[in-house]
Write a protein that binds this ligand. Sequence first.
Ligand SMILES: [Zn+2]
Length: 284
Amino acid sequence: MQSTLVSFPDGALTGEGEVLLVDQAASVVILDATPFHPVDHTWPDQPGDAGVITSGDVRVRVTEAVMAAISDEGALAVGSDIPVKRGGEGWTWMVGHRTDGAIPADIAVGARVALEVDADRRASLSRGHTACHLASLALDAALADLWRKEIGADPLGNPDFEGKANQSSRIHADGSVDEYRLGKSLRKAGFDSEGFASSLAERQQRINEMLAGWVASGGESRIVVDGPSIIDRRSWRCTLPEGEVGFLCGGTHVRSLAEFESITVSLDLSDPQLLVMTTTAVAA
Ligand SMILES: [Zn+2]
């Protein structure tokens, strides 16, 4: 068995595949190829695609695409039950299509089936994911003067607050929620937490002005892949007025910043140790 071939990086919403494995207990169908984007089990920031699998007149709903892995011994592990990180040795990496209830007999090993992703859900998650990355770059830029020591740079050349402090990122339809740890170790790394707390509203405004400028620029956004399978490395690249930015990312994205009417953030520091950034995208 080979790793699932995926077409979502090109923006595909439909496709065909041959059924390789049906697991009724786990309600999972695995195919040789799919347009479905799965939630990553190692860093589950973007939910998986939903949609339908069709064989002739028979349809089964896919509630969410997930990662699946088959060990060299033939054991199937799905989603958060996978005991190793993505790409780990000794496993073949697949996209699992989690179905709504029992899998009909027509969708059996060897059958060729049609696949269709819920386009509205994909589009809103893609907007949410691109907005999340842009907001984090704007956050790094707006906090740049708060660093008293040299730390690594982000793709725009600003001190990488995101890389140092981000502890979770959750993408949803047209937005995201990111949490940043502002503890002792960040202070030791040279971050002025008090200065940040006393200028929160001003920083938020700076981020929103930057985001408005980027949205207005209407730059290109795309996914670059190292190969055709789910296990090949993928990165997001985006053209901003400051230059092209990009980093490793397994998710889906808009094709152009012109797809946004606006992107805005709100910063919450009600727990002084935890910054919560809520990002809201509005489709054009
Ligand atoms: Zn990403």
